[in-house]
Write a protein that binds this ligand. Structure first.
Ligand code: FE2
Length: 383
């Protein structure tokens, strides 16, 4: 498959006018791309373990010379895992420094060049100027800005593209999956870990550059244990489809989970991706069958939960059996669970979340979760 790269016409970049302060026209998270050491094996993990379907491939067989990528889908969620085939590439250097990690949280837009130019005008650091690629399936326009650490946001305009993901990719049919389906529906949120005293900078970046607003904040009072603490603020686009909580470590007696992440990731980056499900008990049961392991909270959590949520018709026994957490706020409640790490380094993991009215992030669970994370951290000798 051949792909042509041409600069996007400047017409597109000036066809939209947005007033300063207006949110950009971000439609959704397009895909989450991880740069990994071995894409074949990572794809197998996300497919067999997490229940994604393999739908596309790009590599030497499709005309891509020095990397290979697998496109995985589940519900509306799209993951791309990409590995370098040679040393000395940007991907190889990224993996050597960070291990497997999220490189690109790409955002679907109506006008990639226009969004890019508006973002840069508002202070975004450009990574790649608008470019256009086409093949027999149409044309795709993209442009990339920098976010925290080496994480980037690529704006993706794919309305005129009907192929699988992008030029260079070919459809790849998955083998039949005999394991129970996970039932993941969509992206819910993605959490960044940044350095001490940098959280407000990045909150400001999303507010100023992407027109997000601050929706929630936790202080170290909310999220602290005897030993360590973290601070967290949540930014969201205007309609709440794209939610990015941002954590920073707070000073404590010992190293916090955010410090451990920053140490092993070699700087700021994506800590976890939360995936929405309509039936978390069924999803977790399926994932357990598939060999995925989760963080566990102590049994006392459920004693307390039975009192805290006594008026809700929850099957607390089922939640306890699977280690699922619950929290409520004025708008409703949510159920959530956090996986163990997705790779060797204590960096990236997944969350599953079932929302029943609540638009929060499990404020009431932070402490229980934090203690569970600390126990794991202590086992690694990093507390
Ligand atoms: Fe989360």
């Amino acid at each position: 498959m051949s792909a042509t790269t041409t600069p996007a016409p400047s017409e597109a970049s000036t066809s939209r006018h947005r007033a300063e302060g207006d949110p950009l026209d971000l439609e959704a998270v397009d895909a989450i791309e991880l740069w990994v050491g071995n894409a074949l094996q990572a794809a197998h993990f996300y497919r067999t373990g997490w229940g994604f379907e393999l739908v596309g491939y790009a590599g030497p067989e499709t005309g891509v010379r020095d990397s290979c990528s697998y496109l995985l889908e589940q519900g509306k969620l799209r993951l791309v895992v990409t590995a370098s085939l040679r040393e000395g590439t940007e991907i190889a250097r990224h993996v050597a420094r960070h291990g497997d990690g999220v490189r690109d949280l790409s955002l679907r837009v109506a006008d990639a060049a226009g969004t890019f130019e508006a973002a840069v005008r508002r202070g975004a650091v450009p990574v790649r100027a608008p470019w256009e690629e086409s093949d027999g399936c149409g044309v795709i326009r993209r442009a990339t800005i920098a976010a925290y650490g080496e994480t980037v946001h690529t704006f993706v305009e794919r309305r005129q593209y009907g192929g699988v993901h992008a030029p260079g990719y070919e459809p790849r049919a998955t083998v039949p999956d005999p394991l129970p389906p996970v039932g993941a529906l969509d992206f819910d949120h993605s959490v960044a870990n940044v350095e001490l005293n940098r959280m407000d900078f990045w909150v400001g970046f999303y507010e100023k550059v992407l027109g997000f607003s601050l929706v929630q904040g936790f202080t170290d009072e909310d999220i602290s244990t005897e030993y360590s603490a973290l601070m967290s603020k949540v930014v969201s686009d205007g309609v709440g489809r794209i939610k990015f909580p941002i954590n920073e470590p707070a000073p404590g007696k010992k190293k916090s989970q955010v410090d451990e992440y920053l140490d092993f990731y070699g700087g700021p980056g994506v800590q976890h991706i939360a995936i929405a499900t309509g039936d978390i008990v069924a999803s977790v049961a399926a994932l357990e069958t598939r060999g995925i392991e989760f963080m566990r909270v102590p049994a006392t959590y459920y004693e307390e939960l039975r009192e805290r949520l006594a008026d809700l018709e929850l099957d607390v026994d089922a939640l306890e059996r699977h280690g699922i957490l619950a929290d409520r706020d004025d708008e409703g409640y949510l159920l959530q669970i956090f996986s163990r790490m997705n790779q060797d380094r204590p960096t990236v993991f997944f969350e599953l979340i079932e929302r029943r009215g609540s638009r929060g992030f499990g404020n009431g669970n932070f402490k229980a979760l934090f203690l569970a994370l600390e126990r794991e951290q202590a086992r690694r000798g990093n507390l």
